[in-house]
Design a protein around this ligand. Structure first.
Ligand code: FEO
Ligand code: CA
Ligand code: CA
Ligand code: CA
Length: 600
């Protein structure tokens, strides 16, 4: 029977075996079943066609579920039988969506489809019974598509700044679209946050200022996603759109309850390659958001709201809470180790005190909403946040991904995915592995309260396959009993406070497909990494959401079959139908999908 083994609460299951990297399967533990809720191209509205691979249009895509779902949440209504699913759509994989072409009109058409495949989907769900799978509802009251053309409102001190003004938006407040949306978080007031991560790939990049160079040093004539073919604002060489890249790289907030609401970009939370943001209410009532900048040798940040959270369920409370992320202060993290530098030797060997650990400081970049950085205005600190953080001695980290407070203990868990550029010359106790291949997880304790400026920390996991990697560490748990894990990306918690980790990039590091893993944090099982599921070939595991009280788990399966081509797909997930359009000469594409897993 599943779950005989583990008495540490949360979902019980017998861990699956790791799945070799060329296998195109979605695997769950014995006793569990899986099924997609919604797939790329599924229509959200009646009158919108189902995906017709080979005959896709931008108009159809703007009414269908987008590509490459990453952050997801399933927010159930009180009955537990209706819910809303919110999902972002980070990027597209044109190489497996479209056959090769050099026809200009066709390439323009594909750029328009790709723009429509980005953004967000909000969709209503229904089911007959709690603990049973959902189906999505076409034309649900809250159904909504947000694309690269939906207008967002900038909030906070940099809204209206000259740095955000373009030929199309002389006010510098109304920004079309959200791009590169990676991880995210659902706020205590019911909205969804998402980080605009690799926004630089969307622009013919001019790198015209020192600020812009800090986000990408090398100019380019063309962008990765070619939107500039059809929309001049993606050409930053154009004098009218020099500032368009400054309008991306923010935390966005979307209200899934109100499909008519204007989504927002919060400038007070700073601009970088935002992985995501996760909010907890501090002991003093302020909203705290933890945020990673996912680039090798970049930083970890924290936002502290000026206002306090109002827990009442009233329209007044809701209005107040919706303003919390528009005003507050931004901090960057400095980690200080407590072992002699000579004991950090780059191999993952523990220092003499037995732990990679120490203390830390949150260094302010703004205070009272104003810049505290000499020589930088508040607007400059918020738009070119990396430059501000460079000046205060923040700690360069091994690619900060998702960072999330544990609602049970208030401790904060930071996923550092990997960093091939970490060298012997710059290892430190918080980033102690040379060429960090497999990534690590840091556990942080706010010693001055959640809104304070001091913390303690220790490394919980040094990831890898303990069968072959010498430098793994699992909080002291016996290595021979854990599931191999590499490249931690997203984190989540179950109802009893176990950590769950999803991975991105494991195949190229340990030779196994990416997956989802449970890690108890307390008691004798602390550090016992156990694999719950595995995603198909070339795919990344995103989401995840753990509703252990009803034995359900949700993940977004992102970029399955990414390394294939239309002529030679490497994945047929999730339908595993190899040719549904034989007359077109095209075989079916894999479809990024939101998957539900339930016991039964
Ligand atoms: Fe889009 Fe940092 O993962
Ligand atoms: Ca130490
Ligand atoms: Ca991610
Ligand atoms: Ca990732």
């Amino acid at each position: 029977a599943p779950g005989a083994g583990f008495a540490n609460g949360g979902l019980s299951f017998d861990p699956i075996a790791p799945v070799p990297m060329l296998v195109d399967d979605f695997n769950v533990p014995a006793g569990y079943s899986w099924k997609p809720i919604i797939r790329w191209g599924d229509p959200l509205f009646s009158g919108v066609p189902a995906l017709d691979f080979g005959n896709q249009t931008a108009e159809a895509q703007a009414g269908q579920f987008g590509y490459n779902c990453d952050y997801i949440d399933v927010i159930a209504d009180r009955s537990g039988r209706t819910a809303v699913l919110a999902s972002n759509h980070e990027y597209v994989n044109p190489g497996i969506m479209f056959p090769p072409s050099d026809d200009a009109a066709e390439l323009d058409r594909r750029a328009a489809i790709s723009k429509a495949a980005h953004g967000f989907s909000v969709v209503e769900l229904r089911r007959s019974k709690i603990g049973q799978p959902w189906r999505y509802l076409v034309d649900g009251r809250r159904n909504r598509r947000i694309t690269a053309d939906t207008v967002f409102e900038a909030t906070g001190p940099a809204a209206g700044s000259a740095l955000l003004k373009t030929a199309e938006d002389p006010e510098g407040r109304w920004i079309k679209g959200t791009l590169g949306n990676c991880a995210g978080g659902t706020t205590p007031w019911g909205t969804v946050l998402s980080g605009e991560e690799n926004f630089d790939g969307y622009f013919a990049w001019a790198a015209s200022t020192a600020g812009q160079k800090r986000y990408r040093a090398t100019p380019s004539a063309k962008s990765t996603y070619t939107f500039e073919r059809i929309d001049p604002r993606f050409n930053a060489h154009d004098a009218g759109f020099v500032n368009e890249p400054n309008r991306f790289g923010w935390i966005v907030e979307i209200d899934p309850e109100d499909p008519t609401s204007t989504p927002r970009k919060h400038t007070a939370m700073g601009r970088f390659k935002h992985e995501g943001a996760n909010v907890i209410i501090a002991e003093d009532g302020r909203a705290i958001a933890y945020m990673g900048d996912d680039q090798a040798n970049d930083y970890l940040y924290k936002f502290v709201s000026k206002g306090v959270f109002d827990p009442r369920h009233t329209p007044v409370a809701r209005r107040k809470n919706l303003g919390l992320l528009s005003e507050g202060d931004l901090y960057v993290a400095k980690f200080t180790g407590n072992s002699p530098a000579a004991e950090i030797v780059g191999t993952g060997a523990l220092p003499a005190d037995g732990l990679f650990d120490g203390t830390g400081q949150w260094i302010p970049l703004t205070q009272g909403g104003q810049s505290v950085i000499p020589g930088m205005t508040t607007e400059e600190v918020l738009v070119f946040t990396r430059l501000a953080a460079d000046k205060v001695g923040a700690t360069k980290m091994d690619r900060p991904e998702d960072v999330e407070p544990n609602p049970k203990t208030r401790k904060v868990y930071l996923a550092l995915t990997n960093n091939s550029s970490r060298t012997a010359a710059n290892v430190d106790e918080a980033n102690p592995v040379t060429g960090n291949r497999n990534g690590h997880i840091i556990e942080m304790t706010e010693t001055g309260g959640q809104s304070g400026t001091t913390f303690g920390w220790s490394i919980l996991l040094l990831c890898g396959d303990p069968a072959v990697d010498q430098n793994t560490y699992f909080a002291g748990f016996p290595k021979e009993l854990v599931s191999p894990i590499s490249c931690p990306d997203n984190v989540a918690f179950d109802s009893v406070g176990n950590l769950w980790i999803s991975t991105d990039g494991a195949p190229s590091k340990i030779g196994y497909n990416d997956g989802l893993f449970k890690v108890p944090l307390e008691g004798p099982e602390r550090g016992h990494v156990q694999q719950f599921l595995s995603v198909p070939r070339d795919g990344e595991t995103c989401g995840p959401i753990i509703h252990d009280q009803e034995s359900m788990v949700y993940v977004a399966v992102q970029h399955p079959g990414e390394n294939g081509t239309v002529a030679a797909q490497t994945s047929y997930f999730p339908d595993y139908v190899p040719s549904h359009r034989p007359e077109s000469g095209l075989v079916a594409a894999p479809r990024p999908s939101v998957v539900q897993v339930w016991r039964g």
